[in-house]
Ligand binder design. Structure first.
Ligand SMILES: [Zn+2]
Length: 296
């Protein structure tokens, strides 16, 4: 039996899920998934800078940057954003501008600037506008980006500027003890950031998200449907619909002799759990209706 790797399996499973449920999937979402999947399929080994940009463009085109349209899409966007930050940290190290002696001499200070990006951790704003010597250990821990979601920058400043503005030059100690701002993850620190780490995390996150997509897309509308029911009969119909839907989904992810793998089994187990839950729900409402009939 030929084995296809889990990544391809997940993509195919997600596609089959979505194509089996046109009524529950908005066109917009379906198109986006196809495109994300195309990107994933073409880049199974490593994600290049171009790939990251492509994912960014897809999310931006969907307007996710300003208005995430749901839990799953928000997660896709967050996942992308996280890796975009790591990738920028790696690029920062590659450029190595801060290590160049002539630049350090010309600009002995750097001013921290936070633009409060959408996923920016709140602590970053506390550093906005502060000035540090270029050799202060502060930059060992807070050279932006220094955490998931960080879109901060640092502006090189000349000695004459610092004098003219009569700035208070701050230190790492001040940041730790007075502002109470701690370090970010080690992988962002200068010299520790790597494009390979960013790539690995993006691959893992997107695989997880692709695996969860069908569940998220189906689960919410079914739950809403049930919530909207006013009578036992309506609840009965909604429960039957849910059981039929999850049964169809389970059929669509049954191994067909070509696909295999741990992720496929995890996915099927999750669908089975959903189906069990809805079977119980259906049995419960059927019992109640039978009871009502006897009471009359
Ligand atoms: Zn930041």
């Amino acid at each position: 039996m030929p084995k296809v790797d889990d990544g391809v399996y997940v993509q195919n499973a997600a596609k089959r899920f979505l194509s089996a449920l046109p009524a529950l999937v908005e066109d917009r979402q379906e198109g986006a998934v196809e495109r994300l999947l195309d990107i994933a399929t073409g880049q199974s080994v490593s994600w290049s800078r171009e790939t990251l940009l492509a994912v960014k463009n897809v999310t931006a085109e969907l307007g996710l940057e300003l208005s995430p349209t749901g839990r799953w899409w928000d997660q896709i966007h967050r996942a992308w954003y996280r890796h975009w930050c790591l990738w920028r940290a790696a690029e920062r190290d590659k450029a190595g501008v801060q290590k160049k002696e002539h630049i350090r001499r010309a600009f002995p200070f750097r001013q921290y600037s936070c633009i409060r990006a959408i996923y920016e951790p709140a602590a970053h704003n506390k550093l906005d506008g502060l000035v540090f010597r270029v050799d202060d250990p502060f930059w060992e821990y807070h050279d932006p980006p220094w955490d998931d979601g960080c879109a901060c920058t640092a502006i090189p400043r000349m000695a004459s500027w610092a004098e003219r503005e009569s700035v208070d030059v701050r230190s790492l100690e001040y940041v730790r003890n007075v502002l109470g701002v701690g370090p970010g993850p080690d992988e962002y620190r200068p010299g520790h950031a790597s494009g390979a780490t960013a790539t690995k995390r993006l691959e893992t996150d997107l695989r997880d998200l692709l695996r969860d997509a069908p569940i998220a897309v189906v689960e919410d509308p079914l739950a809403q449907e049930l919530e909207a029911c006013g009578t036992r009969e309506e609840t009965l119909i909604a429960s039957r619909l849910a059981v039929a839907t999850w049964t169809r989904i389970l059929e669509s992810v049954t191994p067909d002799g070509v696909v295999d793998g741990e992720i496929g089994e995890q996915l099927r187990e999750r669908v089975r759990a959903k189906l069990r839950h809805w079977h119980e729900q259906l049995a419960f409402i059927e019992r109640r209706i039978a009871q009502d009939g006897r009471d009359d």
